[in-house]
Design a binder for this molecule. Structure first.
Ligand SMILES: Cc1cc2nc3c(=O)[nH]c(=O)nc-3n(C[C@H](O)[C@H](O)[C@H](O)COP(=O)(O)O)c2cc1C
Length: 216
């Protein structure tokens, strides 16, 4: 099989320039959104759990400015407030958790107070649901889904923010009602896509040698 050096260089460029975007302005065209969500369908799934892809994956798109988006935002903000308060209590009364959770506790309390700007400035909030089965591979599969969409967005110069608060919404009956899915049977993952407010930062250089170990 012939390899295409230009294609390989382009892939490397996309992988290395992928960044998290947390401030958005402008509108992602629907055709570009379509390419991003199409790539989600091509991500791997845990076939060994015996759930066919067509039965086990759903992609939900919330468009900025719609009633559904407003509802999602309100549910997420409530979820963040309740998460921040539970973690705050945990580290106050359970000292052995303090060291482990302190960093995250501070982060979630800031996010709960400030809100997530992408939910008002991003063009779309995309939620992907993967049906849970055995072995429990749904969340891993969702990570692949998100990466496919993230790289596709990067190739189109579209900003992407993972929203891990979405994962916990799988147990939120109000949110699952909004999606029309029963709670507990599906895992969720979500992201915001939008036009980046700032130019993508310059490419990073990472010391790959630090991470790689040949096992002899
Ligand atoms: C499992 C996972 C969950 C994440 N959740 C969030 C999130 O909720 N909000 C957010 O802004 N970024 C989130 N991120 C993005 C990371 O913060 C980001 O990838 C990291 O800071 C490196 O920056 P980069 O994406 O620009 O390379 C998440 C990343 C991973 C892998």
């Amino acid at each position: 099989m012939m390899t295409d050096p230009q294609q390989i260089a382009a892939l490397e460029e996309i992988i290395r320039s992928r960044r998290s975007c947390r401030s958005f302005a402008g509108q992602v065209p629907d055709e570009v959104l379509q390419k991003i969500v199409d790539s989600a369908v091509y991500a791997p799934f845990g076939a060994g759990a015996g759930i066919p892809l067509k039965e086990g994956r759903r992609i939900f798109i919330f468009r900025q400015g719609t009633e559904a988006m407003n509802q999602a935002q309100q549910i997420i903000e409530a979820q963040l407030r309740s998460g921040a308060s539970k973690i705050g209590m945990a580290i106050r009364f359970l000292p052995f958790l303090r060291k482990k959770m302190r960093f995250f506790a501070l982060r979630i309390s800031i996010t709960a107070a400030q809100g997530i700007s992408g939910l008002t400035d991003g063009s779309f909030y995309i939620v992907v649901a993967e049906k849970k089965g055995f072995p429990p591979l749904a969340e891993q599969a969702l990570a692949h889904v998100m990466e496919n969409m993230w790289l596709t967005a990067t190739a189109h110069k579209v900003g992407f923010q993972l929203l891990s608060v979405t994962n916990g919404l799988a147990r939120n009956t109000q949110f699952m009602d909004l999606l029309g899915l029963p709670p507990k049977k599906w895992a969720l993952s979500g992201c915001i896509v939008g036009i980046p407010q700032k130019q993508f930062q310059r490419k990073r250089k990472r010391d790959t040698e630090h991470f790689i170990h040949w096992v002899k």
